[in-house]
Design a binder for this molecule. Sequence first.
Ligand SMILES: [Zn+2]
Length: 515
Amino acid sequence: MYDALHYDINIKIDLGNKILIGYVNYTIIPNEPLNIVVISASNATIQIDSIVYNRKKLNFKHNANHLYINLERFYSDTVNFKIFYKAISDFNGEFDKGGVYFDLSGDTPKIATSSQPFFTRKWIPSKDVPYDKVTADIKITVPDTLVAVSNGTLIDVTNNTDGTKTYFWSTKYPIASYLIFFAVGKYEVLEDSFTSISNATFPIQYFVFPEYIEKAKEDFNNTKKMLKFMENYFGEYPFAKEKYGIVLVPGELMMENQTITSIKEDLITGKGDVEQFLIHELAHQWFGNLVTPKSWHHLWLSEGFANYIQALYYEYYLGKKWYHYILNFYMDRDFGSYAGPLVGKSDTSFNDIFSERIYFKGAIVIHMLRKIVGDSTFLKILKTYITNPVFKYSNVTTENFIETCKQVSGKNLGWFFEQWIYTDLDSIDRPVLKFKWNKSQLKTGYKVNVNIQQLTSEIYNFTIPIELSIITNKDTLNYGIIINSQVENLDFFCEDEPQDVIIDKDNWVFKKIVN
Ligand SMILES: [Zn+2]
């Protein structure tokens, strides 16, 4: 085994043949003496020309989407070698596939990569796992009428003598393979800048096709507002020494590539329709890119949080009503839609990794956690987690998040996480509660009897802290109760005549209520 340290990627775009030609200079450090290096490289799209170490060609095998490189002796120190290759494209910009997409249908070529979760190997031979971050130089040679965009900082643009230009991008921040990206097109660049909470000023760059300039100016107008919101809750923008960029791309591609969010061009309308996606992708620069799930089982730590932060953003600027509107929308799906554990079942199935429950139930669980620990503890948990020096620029599991929740809140939340994250139920995704109430007049005041039945308790008996509100002519009386058995029968007393009794009036708990 080894740690991948650095990829120096050098590729030339061959538009006529829709291929990339070039090499990656691959630097690794063995964890133990190593003579065979194993690297991901798709057999369907990558053709290896040669692998060179110290001017000597190395023997290799390329099968089952892996390259097996024979170093000929054991190494225990840093090794680097060049892999010369071609990558063809078999990708047409579909949302559930990946690789390099060449859209040559319009007046000018548009090319973009999409690599999550395991498609980087289709265009770069790489250690294509989320848990081994590298630094990267990305040099892309394109016809001189086009612009190449990638991660990090643009170091240099070289005019070559053959009618091409080489764009040299570089990132010094650790980056997971799936976040490595490039796009090529006839981009115009809109420049802005942002001064972070620690007073670092970094560029904001928008790479826009000319036909979208005016609309993009409108739609990207809130980027600084979004950055301000994110920094307020989650600390400084993690890549403040480089940039934050947004690039328009063809197809169905939308991705939080590190320092450069790609947004499908037809979402740009000039009417702000793209705002919810922009805050989602920006949230990933912290939740996903800075702190990255160790494996795809833990993707809810990226997607659940990014979806949750969409609601938190609207709450921050527009108020609680909007927050609840969005969470209610997430919860208002058909019963059973989100059945299954939040820690994903599969590390390799695209559909399970990106299932709706990861995105929406993920956000709902974070929402429920907020109510249980209270607002200030909740925000402290999120900040402590996302700024933890051990997690930053590195990887996490669900257990790391849970541990943070327990430490910061001082509460044993084991039951909560067991119930909402790990329990694997394939028929239900929330408890079904049957709820009745009645009132009787006493000598002074009224008695309210509330009967709550957990109809799904035979499948799974949930523990449900929940708010109960008794509405009288004069007042609304709120009580915190805990439902944890099949039937709860509770009496309440009030002075004024009750008009109505409501369970969970603000919808903090994921459940279905029947009468
Ligand atoms: Zn996302």
